[in-house]
Design a protein around this ligand. Structure first.
Ligand code: NAP
Ligand code: 3JN
Length: 363
């Protein structure tokens, strides 16, 4: 039975001074999220500093400690996996619903891993911690859901072209500096990445695993299976960092169970909320990273048959989305919106869905 949403909501952004945290605050304000109080949390490096928040005045950044979560209804975390591991259970134990943007909890059984328009029903059973997927997984899921539901999917091969903003503000500054250095004939100095990212393509995102894949690539494999409820889906991924500031692009090859034509796929994609099909190559219409930046939409184009798969069961397409918005902050806020709409802000046990009962926003 759904609980009742509190009439006054206190929301916290944890990691509020970072690239993702700042976007989370911006998206909360843009969407007019129904909060009556906004708290900004970070480490001791930023605690005590003041942040100007349009419409809310200057908000003082607080130190993220377990007790800081007393009285907070929803906390959007983007302060790294270590902070999430330590503080998310502390927050949840104090009645706060955590929407975590790190990889710390994504593959934990019982923790919902949710793309707002793909598997929102998975939120109902949450026990205080909800995981937001990796940005590369995120933008793939709405079109893949459409194919799964219409014709079934057997296999997916994804190659990513990822923007430097996925590494945070320091990587944006490094690319800018390397572009300047190139123009001025100076050497390009790499600090953030193992090699210069300027005028380069680095097939190395996150650490290498024993199986030869990077952790970023393996997140796409495992997270896709969990979100789509397809534990046996065959997936391979190559993740590449490219000298783009904003928006990740992906080349996707899918083997479907039943035949599908590109025309039908375009119609299926266009019917998914939050997906826009841009596919008129003769007029040079296809999704571009620069155009997607600042949008919460997922753009799909270059839809064509993959002739390497028989019986019209192969499809190739190109997916682009703003990695800091739909890929991180906007999906987290969309999850919070679903929780409020459905009265699921408190955990299932506090709502009385599980063994427990009672709770601040419980029925
Ligand atoms: P960033 O720009 O470096 O910001 C990190 C933020 O975390 C800052 O606000 C920092 O606060 C805070 N922080 C660091 N250690 C902390 C601690 N011990 N306690 C509290 N706050 C702490 O990084 P970002 O690019 O925003 O990314 C942040 C995290 O979001 C990543 O580590 C990752 O887990 C996640 N992320 C997810 C996606 C995705 O695909 N969904 C994409 C990018 C990032 P100070 O100002 O005090 O240092
Ligand atoms: O590199 C990108 O484009 C996305 C980066 C995501 C990221 C960066 C640092 C740590 C993550 C993530 O969300 O998977 C993490 C992490 O929490 O593992």
């Amino acid at each position: 039975m759904p609980g009742t949403a509190p009439s006054t909501l206190t929301v916290a952004v944890v990691g509020a001074t970072g690239a993702v945290g700042r976007t989370m605050t911006q998206v909360l304000l843009e969407k007019r999220f129904p909060m009556t109080s906004l708290r900004l949390l970070a480490s001791e490096r930023s605690a005590g500093k003041s942040v100007a928040v349009p419409g809310w005045g200057d908000i003082t950044v607080e130190l993220a400690t377990p007790d800081a979560f007393e009285g907070i209804d929803i906390a959007l975390f983007s302060a790294g996996g270590g902070t999430s591991k330590e503080l998310a259970p502390e927050a949840a134990g104090r009645g706060c619903t955590v929407i975590d943007n790190s990889s710390a909890w994504r593959m934990e059984p019982g923790i919902p891993l949710v793309v707002s328009q793909v598997n929102p029903d998975d939120l109902e059973a949450h026990e205080g911690i909800i995981a937001n997927p990796n940005c590369s997984t995120m933008q793939l899921m709405p079109p893949m859901m459409a194919l799964r539901d219409a014709v079934g999917i057997e296999r997916m091969v994804v190659d990513t072209y990822q923007a430097v903003s996925g590494t945070g503000h320091k990587a944006i500054v490094e690319l800018e500096e390397q572009v300047r250095a190139h123009a001025e004939g100076r050497p390009k100095v790499a600090n953030v990445y193992p090699y210069p990212i300027g005028f380069n393509a680095l097939p190395h995102i996150d650490v290498f695993l024993d199986n030869g894949y990077t952790k970023e690539e393996w997140k796409v494999v495992t997270e896709s299976r969990k979100i789509l409820h397809l534990p046996d889906l065959r997936v391979s991924c190559t993740a590449v960092r490219v000298p783009v500031f904003m928006s990740h692009s992906e080349a996707v090859h899918v083997e479907t169970t039943a035949p599908i034509t590109p025309d039908r796929a375009r119609a299926l994609f266009a019917a998914v909320p939050g997906v826009v099909v841009m596919d008129d190559p003769t007029n040079k219409v296809y999704p571009l990273a620069e155009q997607a930046a600042g949008s919460d939409l997922v753009f799909v184009g270059r839809v064509r048959q993959d002739p390497s798969i028989p019986d019209e069961r192969g499809l190739a397409f190109w997916v682009v989305s703003d990695n800091l918005r739909k890929g991180a902050a906007s999906n987290a806020v969309e999850i919070a919106e679903v929780l409020v709409e459905r009265g699921w802000v408190a955990s299932a046990s506090r709502r009385g869905v599980g063994a427990g009962a009672g709770g601040r926003s419980g029925a």
